[in-house]
Write a protein that binds this ligand. Structure first.
Ligand SMILES: [Zn+2]
Length: 384
């Protein structure tokens, strides 16, 4: 009757999700979550370590890494999620509705981002155990501080990782979707400096910082700039909250995203130049600081991790949709440390809002998918 082996235990999976979601784990306060996950991994036979990443950020926990030898031949495969949750994240309750939808009580996020994926990994491992343990060598990493610009995965010591491919369970959309490409994200801050003067008595002696910024912003291309790039000014602040002073300072924050790292850098330089040009014309000055928050990557569609994903989707009758994302994930850091992979849609919707939800049916699919990936056998694994 049941072709793909024993069914996922829905009740236990739901319970695992609810237990994890009930743990408070705002960014850099992941202690309780780290302890809970370490305990579960240890029970599942993993050798578990926690690094010191937390201490770099004044956090309470480090990244949690686990390795377990499997029964199947071939190199290990890495599965990963993050432990932290965006605010409001304290006192979360995961409420199961009669329709199978799990929501918060409306005053906090739910934490399906990233506890859906985490629950799926743990339950897939549990099911495998109960069915006799057939699986590959596995590595897992639960990162801290993902929601704060991937801070945990930024400082992880990747020399200990043996896997050459990874699956991050951290994407919205129906299970059976995966992102293979993500952009570079550059955040910048611009400070335009003019000269203060009395706005009524001697405006001609002032240099108007807001006017300079306004001219520069008006010349900027904003929004979707071409197919592969977005540009935004997210905030502007200038002057002294006083009507009678020609404003001396104006500060702006913004960002550039592009699938091409070079083009993102080029666009950032162009914005800097544009502001300096306008400032110079008016006799003022402009200075830009920027930070590369994530770096673009693209996992080739021929990569073995895509093959495994396709195969697992096929077995489960899932659509197998490969997409580009314009969001960030720990995969960016993994990729640039020699571990390409996919970010899987992982039963989380309306994330970063109090309306966030997951669905039991999606959690079940995600767990089945994860389990098949953990048990996948590709001809390349046997050196064929
Ligand atoms: Zn996430």
């Amino acid at each position: 009757m049941e072709e793909r082996g024993k069914k996922i235990n829905r009740e236990r999976l739901t319970e695992t999700f609810q237990q994890l979601a009930a743990i408070d784990a705002p960014s850099f306060q992941e202690r309780q979550m780290a302890d809970a996950l370490k305990e579960r991994l240890t029970r599942l036979g993993f050798a578990v370590e926690e690094d010191k990443a937390g201490s770099l950020y004044g956090g309470t926990a480090g990244n949690v890494y686990g390795f377990r030898k499997g029964t199947l031949a071939g190199p290990p495969i890495l599965f990963s999620t993050h432990m932290d949750t965006v605010e409001p994240a304290r006192g979360k309750k995961a409420l199961l509705g009669t329709d199978g939808r799990i929501t918060s009580d409306g005053t906090t996020v739910l934490g399906a981002d990233c506890m859906s994926g985490t629950a799926a990994i743990l339950e897939a491992l549990q099911e495998i155990e109960e069915e006799g343990g057939e699986c590959r060598d596995l590595e897992v990493i639960f990162f801290i501080g993902e929601e704060k610009h991937l801070r945990g995965s930024e400082v992880f010591d990747y020399t200990r990782v043996k896997s050459k491919e990874s699956y991050i369970l951290d994407l919205t959309g129906p299970v059976g979707t995966a992102a293979f490409q993500a952009p570079t994200l550059i955040q910048f801050r611009i400070e335009v400096k003019g000269r203060a003067a009395h706005a009524g008595l001697s405006p001609e002696t002032g240099i108007h910082a807001i006017a300079i910024a306004a001219k520069a912003v008006a010349r900027m291309e904003l929004g979707r700039v071409g197919e592969d790039m977005t540009v935004n000014i997210g905030a502007i602040h200038g002057g002294e909250n006083s009507s009678n002073i020609v404003p001396e300072l104006c500060q702006l924050v913004g960002e550039v995203r592009s699938y091409s790292h070079e083009q993102a850098m080029e666009q950032t330089r162009k914005i800097d130049e544009l502001f300096r040009e306008e400032a110079e014309k008016a006799g003022g000055s402009s200075r830009m600081d920027y930070q590369i928050r994530i770096r673009a990557y693209r996992t080739p569609k021929e990569h073995i991790c895509v093959r495994r994903f396709r195969r697992a989707c096929e077995k489960l009758g899932l659509p197998c949709t490969l997409v580009k994302t314009f969001g960030g994930s720990d995969q960016s850091n993994l990729y640039h440390h020699g571990i390409p992979g996919l970010v899987l849609s992982s039963a989380m919707e309306l994330v970063h809002s109090c309306q966030e939800y997951t669905e039991v049916s999606e959690l079940v699919k995600l767990t089945e998918l994860t389990k098949l990936l953990m048990q996948d056998r590709d001809s390349a694994d046997l050196g064929e």
